[in-house]
Design a protein around this ligand. Sequence first.
Ligand code: AHR
Length: 263
Amino acid sequence: TVGFSQVGAESDWRTANSQSMKDTFSKENGYDLIFDDAQQKQENQITAIRNFIQQEVDYILLAPVTETGWDTVLQEAKDADIPVIIVDRMVDVSDDSLYTTWIGTDALCEGRKAAEWLNGFAEAKGIAASDIHIADIQGTIGSTAQIGRTKGLEEGVDKYGWDLVAQQTGEFTQAKGQEVMESMLKQYDNINVVYCENDNEAFGAIDAIEAAGKTVGSDIANGEIMVISFDTTHAGLQDVLDGKIECDVECNPLHGPRAEELI
Ligand code: AHR
């Protein structure tokens, strides 16, 4: 019996991650999976873990919403002798023995790749660093994916001297991504790069840019707004093919088989 506490269903990536777990830990494969969708709330995840402990599951899989705040409940799982595998995002705990292992996202590496790509693009096109005006639509604040991707961008800003115009969370959702982009476009008229910390935010940002009568694309010296994203979902890659997203950094959600191998 495996208990899986999922952050939520905020993105297409997350849906694929859940499906991978469900496909792997299926009845046909000999498992009993207790799946809990926490709807992006840490308190729901803590309740789910306590329920898993009460039900005496054999393993707990935790995809944590944010990094901090797990010490107490993970100590409870340890006291109950239930191994905990952290999936996708990381936890920041005082004692590493509170979990067995972690499989997941190297979000800082992803952020750095995006920043290096942008620098390569600017160099190839002869665009000065001071002419690059970036809006950063961040992920859920305090999550590993947000911390790493934001840091990767900020390192690029420090290294290359780009103009970081604005930063605000879009909670990894399309609706919030759209809302944040709308308000940034009203506030600043010079944004020519939007760094969306996942694909769903990018879909929302593209809608907002087009609704404002602007064009997404790579001709940023002539008024177009370039979209950079993360995840490489099917729809994200379609937007790359259609020229709406210029750079989409891969983050693989298919953790089910990896978790099974570890177990
Ligand atoms: O933790 C991984 C991130 O979480 C994905 O990039 C995002 O789409 C999801 O919501």
